[in-house]
Design a protein around this ligand. Structure first.
Ligand code: SF4
Length: 309
């Protein structure tokens, strides 16, 4: 296939736009979309510090690469934050990749670990949860604590924004999961940028919100951004896993389906109750929709099981 713009060898087909692009035209198209999203949605303010959440996967490494490359143009200072959940055989490898790239790109990397911050690893929490009938799935526990620690790290670093690498596929999957679980406040709240609704909640931005995963991965490949090919052992427990496969199958026949899912979500969100308002958790003082935040509730529950062993 040839590039629709210059006739050179194409590296990707952008199905929803009906074009093929060569390496050079795709890279400039991708970076333009990244920069446009940050500007049109006013994701950053000049002079602010931005904490970029990195996991060591290709999406977050690509975000870190672009944020560091365009930090001067965006007028921001970039710092990377990695949460080490303590998932043996998985997180150490991803963390090593994040550390190496952060060093190469001259970005400070701050690591927060479940072990140091909570007193147990995710592996230990999951084995405790299994003894108690797995009332909470590993990804639920992981997600609650990871969001909590990322926010706390961003606060401690004085960051004005916390940037995450959620892409269009992630957002379409999250919408479907929330819809299937009738989690309307999450549908209402999750968007490309959030507001500061609590003094201790650092607003989140998602510069890849409108960019499909395939394009992020292609960009990473073209720019030599690699991630160890290890998969989290807990992915099999997640509803996201089958939904991802299903959505990709549908997109094979209908390339714009993910965009339409997001368009539906963006049309619905303003009509739904966002929940809240946020208050301060009675235990830790961090933002919470109830008297005690989800992280403290889960932590107390896991600590009880671990103590009863
Ligand atoms: Fe955490 Fe689930 Fe992702 Fe594993 S798959 S890192 S448990 S959210």
């Amino acid at each position: 296939m040839k590039c629709s713009l210059c006739g050179r060898r194409a590296v990707i087909r952008i199905g929803y736009a009906g074009v093929h692009l060569c390496e050079e035209h795709f890279s400039s198209y991708f970076e333009r979309r990244f920069l446009e999203a940050t500007r049109l949605l006013r994701m950053f303010e000049r002079g602010e510090r931005v904490a970029v959440a990195v996991s060591g996967g290709k999406d977050s490494l690509t975000l870190l690469y672009l944020m560091s490359k365009h930090a001067d143009a965006l007028g921001v200072e970039v710092v990377a934050v990695l949460v080490d959940e303590g998932i043996r055989g998985y997180r150490e490898e991803k963390a090593r990749a994040a550390e190496a790239y952060a060093k190469e790109w001259g970005v400070e990397l701050v690591v927060k670990s479940f072990r140091e911050e909570l007193g147990f690893t995710l592996d230990e929490a999951v084995s405790a949860l299994m003894e108690d009938g797995l009332r909470y799935k590993p990804c639920t526990v992981c997600g609650v604590f990871r969001r909590y620690l990322l926010n706390r790290a961003a606060l401690e670093l004085g960051a004005g924004k916390l940037a995450t690498a959620h892409n269009l596929d992630d957002e379409a999957q999250a919408f479907l999961m929330n819809a299937l679980q009738a989690n309307l406040p999450s549908i209402a709240r999750e968007g490309p940028r959030s507001e500061r609704v609590h003094e201790k909640l650092v607003p989140r931005v998602k510069p890849f919100y409108f960019i499909p995963e395939k394009e992020v991965l292609t960009y990473a490949l073209l720019h030599g951004i690699e991630s160890p090919p290890v998969e989290c052992p807990y992915i099999v427990y997640s509803l996201r896993h089958p939904l991802r496969r299903w959505l990709n199958e549908v997109a094979e026949r209908d390339p714009s389906v993910k965009h339409r899912v997001i368009a539906l979500k963006n049309a619905l969100a303003p009509l739904l109750d966002r929940g809240g308002p946020f208050r301060s958790c009675r235990v830790c003082g961090m933002p919470s929709s109830g008297e005690v935040c989800k992280a403290c509730q889960l932590r107390q529950y896991i600590e009880r099981i671990l103590a009863s062993r």
